[in-house]
Design a protein around this ligand. Structure first.
Ligand SMILES: O=P(O)(O)O[C@@H]1C[C@H](O)[C@@H](CO)O1
Ligand code: URA
Length: 286
């Protein structure tokens, strides 16, 4: 293409010097909420001891309200909204952006929230394999009128490195497990508290217990397409989500604001330590 307009990011190859803006990016962290991803960028700014306090960090995608993007040193922090279609659009444009910027050796990590199965709320799950609602390691993309099945394996070595790093990040339990990705938060995740519910509490528990038996430790809404797209495009990818509740116990998220904020910081803390370690900065920082 003579010109590539990354419409939902409000960036383009003719309007922006993408290699100058993004050429040094080595880590991309993504998550649903714009505020969380801004907070993560500000946190990374401090952890990397970059100049200034990072409080005035600018949203690179301020020209659109679809996604937010912040850059601090070699770390890019981007929001992706909720669900597969939203993260998929962002990933198409992000991956093209990394290509246009001639970035190399990029690691991409989703830092999110999730519902746990049979584990303590506040636990952090590092995904080894993302599975669909049938506990299968696949993402089915409809292309024209074909169903194209893609693998959802994630980088095992990266997951192990992250688990090792978690041992040096005390304060919360971290484990490796399968993550189930659904198309909905309510019926799609077996919740009884949506506007619609067509199954019993017994059926819900039977489903979630079967998921647990299949190795699923948490449920969220983006991991399968994230794993599939990053895998096909050759990006080293990981999914690290905190659990907000144990779905065998409840459906409603009734954590106080402060606890919710602290839980959401857990994956950020782990990833910040991992990034510092990768950059050879550990031991020199707070
Ligand atoms: O990254 P976040 O915390 O947004 O991910 C999960 C999955 C859905 O997008 C959302 C549902 O509350 O949270
Ligand atoms: O239960 C939960 C909590 C957060 N995100 C989800 O997708 N499910």
């Amino acid at each position: 293409m003579d010109e590539d307009i990354l419409y939902h990011l409000d960036l383009g190859t003719k309007t922006h010097n993408l290699p100058a803006m993004f050429g040094d990016v080595k880590f991309v962290c993504v998550g649903g909420s714009p505020n969380r991803m801004k907070a993560f960028a500000q946190f990374m700014h401090k952890e990397l001891q970059l100049e200034g306090d990072g409080e005035d960090i600018e949203d690179i995608c301020a020209g659109t309200d679809r996604y937010c993007m912040f850059k601090t040193g070699p770390v890019l922090s981007i929001s992706h909204g909720m669900g597969i279609p939203s993260i998929s659009i962002m990933l198409h444009e992000l991956i093209k952006l990394l290509h246009h910027a001639r970035c190399c050796d990029v690691t991409i990590i989703r830092i999110g929230t999730s519902g746990g199965i049979g584990i303590a709320p506040g636990s952090v799950v590092i995904t080894d394999t993302a599975v669909d609602s049938f506990f299968k390691p696949r993402f089915e993309q409809i292309i024209l009128d074909n169903v194209v099945t893609r693998s959802t394996e994630l980088d095992k070595e990266l997951a192990t490195d992250l688990l090792n790093c978690s041992r040096e990040t005390p304060g919360f339990p971290t484990l490796i497990g399968h993550t189930m990705c659904t198309y909905d938060f309510y019926e799609g995740q077996g919740r009884l508290d949506g506007a619609l519910c067509s199954f019993s509490r017994e059926k819900k528990l039977d489903y979630l217990k079967r998921a647990y038996k299949a190795g699923v430790r948490n449920i969220e809404m983006e991991s399968t397409v994230f794993a599939a797209m990053c895998g096909l495009c050759g990006l080293r990818a990981a999914v690290v989500c905190v659990t907000l509740l144990d779905r065998l116990e409840s459906d409603q998220i009734n954590l106080s604001h402060d606890v919710l904020v602290e839980y959401q910081q857990r994956p950020q803390l782990l990833i910040s330590n991992f990034i510092k370690k990768q950059l050879g900065l550990c031991g020199q920082m707070s």
